[in-house]
Design a binder for this molecule. Structure first.
Ligand code: UDP
Ligand code: MG
Length: 315
């Protein structure tokens, strides 16, 4: 197989040693039964277990595998970005998680939809096999994001998708530093279609996303794809001014016509505290946007590759 592959399967891995053999077994079965020519790009995101070693051995012995090794842990979105940039699939990239929550066997179904003229076939999770709190969190987050975003980001869909070469080329040209790939993918446009599936539980181990990372991802979704927070704060400001003006008039009228004394300062204190809070919140929200400008203005490379093992015959 020394032509350029039609499809690249792209999977980022961080400490996935336990589920690795099963992942490879299932991908191999898929490749053996598929008429498509497929390469598999596995990205080691600075794993601390022997994931990198396993990818290494595989990429050195099986030419269909392509290993990308990052210099340290960069996080899921950047690992994926590195993999997408390295993938050479001429028709499309099949982006999956390395923990088998996204069944690779769905490739033929996705491919069929791609061939029907869609540029992006994204997976929509019908059911999740995760904890209640996490499920609820995802549920509300996607709905809030959808209602405030200026891009139409589909509900309940993650990064699991089959993406055409021309969309991938655009993705590779987007230099934004805080990445929310599912949003960027929607922003690019063309014809995109959802494919419903049941999201499996992890094959092994625990989620490699810490709560902090998950929040960061949610933040990136909101602040990179919505102007709502900042607009909302200025609206709150206008409403606060109107309320205080109204209150001022009431007090003046009371004093002039009813000779009532202005009441105690509890209410005053309350208003001061309330609006100092609102101001701090507003500053924080502005800060969030400024921070993004700050990081982007450094123009650092998005990820650093330590090593790459690839079958050169392709090139
Ligand atoms: N992952 C990664 N770098 C990280 C965290 C996660 O490459 O810093 C990989 C992980 O190995 C998995 C995929 O990203 O293949 C999705 O992560 P995970 O399953 O932990 O997220 P969840 O499914 O719980 O949202
Ligand atoms: Mg997972």
């Amino acid at each position: 197989m020394s032509q350029i592959p039609q499809i690249s399967i792209v999977a980022p891995l961080y400490n996935e040693s336990e589920s690795f053999p099963m992942l490879i077994q299932r991908i191999n079965a898929l490749m053996d039964s598929s008429p498509l020519s497929i390469e598999v790009v596995l990205i080691d995101d600075g794993s601390k277990d022997d994931t990198a070693l396993r990818i290494r051995q595989l990429a050195l012995t099986d030419e269909r595998y392509h290993g990308v090794f990052l210099s340290r842990n960069h996080g899921h979105q950047l690992a994926l970005t590195a993999g997408i940039a390295a993938a050479r699939g001429s028709e499309a990239l099949f982006v999956i998680d390395g923990d088998l929550q996204d069944p690779p066997e769905l490739l033929p179904d996705f491919y069929k939809l791609l061939k029907e003229g869609n540029d992006v076939v994204y997976a929509v999770r019908k059911k999740r096999k995760e904890g209640f709190v996490k499920k609820m969190g995802y549920h509300f987050f996607y709905r809030i994001l959808r209602s405030i975003s200026y891009v139409e980001i589909p509900l309940d869909s993650g990064d699991f998708a089959l993406i055409s070469r021309r969309v991938v080329d655009v993705l590779n040209k987007m230099p934004e530093e805080s990445r929310y790939l599912r949003g960027m993918r929607s922003w690019i446009g063309f014809k995109q279609v959802g494919f419903e599936y049941e999201r499996d539980a992890r094959a092994a181990g625990e989620s490699k996303y810490s709560f902090k990372q998950l929040f960061q991802l949610a933040y990136n979704g909101i602040f990179n794809f919505s102007e709502f927070p900042i607009k909302f704060m200025s609206r709150v400001g206008v409403i606060a001014i109107l309320i205080s003006l109204f209150y001022f008039i009431v007090v003046v009228v009371k004093k002039m016509f009813f000779a009532q004394v202005i009441e105690g300062f509890t209410s005053l204190l309350f208003v001061i505290i309330l609006f100092s809070g609102v101001q701090l919140l507003a500053l924080g929200i502005i800060g969030e946007y400024v921070l993004r400008i700050f990081f982007q203005s450094k123009n650092r490379p998005l990820f650093i590759i330590k090593e790459e093992i690839v079958n050169r015959e392709y090139i």
